[in-house]
Ligand binder design. Structure first.
Ligand code: TRP
Length: 430
């Protein structure tokens, strides 16, 4: 059975926090170990440019997220682990997809629409603060996915629409140019916790409610102690329902540990004791990764080497597919020009013609085609273009005489030697 391919990316705009770890990093590391799968994980730094115009921050974030993935145990030699901007085929594919995507579809993308709605509500121009990059976000994301023929894309709910758009783009392309692209599916994992932040809303940098992942222990401790709780005193029973502290604990603890905390809540555990318990539980999981994380962040050259190796491995997939996709849409070498194209291009098209070209084997070839582009004569390989040219000249000069092909050229299937001779005479008379 051929492997199922999983692919996901993280936008490099910030420092990884506990929510990123639980929601994206930890599940991908676990999933990458499943047998029968191929896994593609990447740093979406082209996407970062859409939201962030601070170069140093993008570089720093790329470093930290990459280090975080590896510190969490990602086996980079076993998966495809790379930086989006190291794969030039991705922007190239973005353009091919752009040309098969209706503008109206992109008008409906959530991220773009949210900004438009906001502008409308504020009574300003609908396109205020909308870059073409934001508008094109789903196309770049589709290129990320389709480039590696991913079957499954693990994402948060907010990204499902983008995967559906990628499917649409793949179908449009396939419909127009043949079956080249694989239609991906979103995978929303309900077991993966959506971590609440310090204030109980979703943990997110934009709410400024995050817990640092690899912060200094004291900083993390302080953040955990600032989790919002109610005012129940020690000894008073507490509710697990709606308790951010409890939910975060659950994302790190075993079912038995979680049950214990639930019981402690009913028994009236003091908030400060519950916070201490949470701090220790998180620290227990994160502390072993901290050293590797620090090492990588302090030795960015090592990370760079890993990313370069990852890029080479990823491009071994991207380059041949891109070649195929270019060929399919008509971005082709001219040596293989077809009758239809030729007729449109030039009025002398009704004449037979010699075409010279070079093959992947490094040798030089020619063929003779008739006015409709039908192959009449195919040459063998010549060591240089001059030798091929000389043979063509000899054929032209000998028009009218019996043909001497000497095994250096063969009439095409179903073409008589006499047809070749007639074509040569036609050329000589023109
Ligand atoms: N847009 C995703 C996010 O913000 C990141 C991303 C970029 C991505 N390209 C992707 C995720 C391709 C999955 C597949 O979360």
């Amino acid at each position: 059975m051929s492997p199922v391919r999983f692919l996901t990316g993280i936008t490099t705009t910030g420092t990884p926090h506990l929510g990123n770890y639980v929601g994206a990093i930890r599940p991908t590391v676990q999933a990458s170990r499943r047998p029968g799968t191929e896994n593609f994980y990447f740093l979406a730094d082209y996407h970062a440019l859409i939201k962030c115009d601070e170069p140093a921050r993008i570089q720093r974030s790329t470093l930290e997220i990459a280090a975080c993935w590896l510190a969490a145990g990602l086996d980079w030699e076993h998966v495809h682990f790379y930086r989006q901007s190291d794969i030039p085929e991705i922007p190239e594919l973005t353009w091919l997809l752009t040309c098969v995507t209706g503008k109206g579809i992109l008008n409906r993308a959530h991220a773009y629409k949210a900004q438009v709605d906001k502008n409308n509500a504020a009574g300003v121009d609908v396109d205020a603060d909308v870059s073409a990059g934001l508008f094109m976000y789903p196309v770049l994301m589709a290129a990320d996915i389709l480039m590696f023929k991913a079957h499954k894309v693990p994402v948060g709910r907010d990204q499902v629409q983008h995967i559906e758009m990628a499917r649409d783009m793949a179908s449009s392309y396939n419909h127009l140019y043949g079956e080249h692209l694989v239609l991906p599916q979103a995978q929303v994992d309900d077991d993966v916790a959506l971590l609440p932040g310090l204030d109980g809303r979703k943990m997110s940098k934009s709410y400024d409610n995050v817990i640092a992942l690899f912060g200094a222990r004291e900083q993390v401790r302080k953040q955990i102690f600032s989790i919002v709780t109610d005012s129940r005193a020690p000894g008073e029973p507490k509710e697990v329902q709606g308790s951010a502290l409890f939910q975060i604990y659950q994302a790190f603890a075993s079912p038995e540990e979680t049950l214990k905390l639930r019981q402690a809540y009913s028994a009236g555990i003091a908030w400060s004791d519950a916070k201490q318990l949470l701090f220790e539980r998180i620290d227990h999981e994160i502390a072993p990764m901290r050293e590797r994380y620090q090492h990588l962040v302090e030795h960015p050259g090592e990370l760079e080497d890993i990313l370069q190796a990852g890029a080479a491995k990823a491009r071994a997939r991207a380059t041949p597919l891109m070649r195929e996709l270019r060929e399919a849409v008509g971005l082709r070498r001219l040596a293989s020009v077809t009758g239809a194209g030729k007729k449109a291009a030039n009025k002398g098209a009704s004449l037979p013609a010699f075409k010279q070209y070079r093959e992947a084997d490094g040798q030089f070839y020619f063929k003779l085609v008739d006015g409709q582009g039908r192959l009449l004569l195919q040459s063998a390989g010549f060591a240089s273009p001059r030798e091929a040219g000389q043979f063509i000249a000899a054929l032209k000069a000998g028009a009218g005489e019996p043909l001497a092909l000497d095994g250096k050229a063969t009439p095409a299937d179903g073409v008589a030697l006499a047809d070749v001779g007639a074509a040569l005479r036609e050329l000589a008379q023109s």
